[in-house]
Design a protein around this ligand. Structure first.
Ligand SMILES: [Zn+2]
Length: 115
């Protein structure tokens, strides 16, 4: 992969990380465990409040996973392993990487995994 593209992807990954970290920070600040005190929850029932909290936790877990993936993609860029399918070692289509730079599989292997 040419240097320009690689640098573009590196910047993209760094931006993804910053965004995720920002969201995560906001999440932690709001996450004083959902206020279950009925007087403050108002019309939201306890069940709803718990469901909202669960969704927020799921979203947070997804972000953490994405962060790990972004980090490992950055490491692969540094070690020049970036852009190769982890399964078959073929080059991953650049368009695929531009959509999600933390992709580790080529389209063929990804489809196999999904199947
Ligand atoms: Zn592959």
């Amino acid at each position: 992969m040419d240097e320009g593209k690689l640098e573009q992807i590196r910047q993209l990954l760094l931006k993804i990380k910053v965004d995720l970290q920002e969201q995560e920070k906001n999440f932690k600040e709001d996450a004083n465990p959902v206020e279950l005190d009925q007087t403050k929850v108002g019309r939201i029932s306890r069940m709803d409040a718990m469901q909202i909290q669960q969704m927020a936790l799921d979203a947070s877990r997804r972000r953490q996973l994405q962060l790990v993936k972004a980090d490992s993609a950055l490491k692969r860029i540094e070690s020049s392993d970036y852009g190769y399918c982890l399964s078959c070692d073929e080059e991953i289509d650049i368009r695929r990487l531009m959509v999600d730079p933390s992709n580790t599989l080529c389209i063929i292997c990804a489809e196999k995994m999904d199947a």
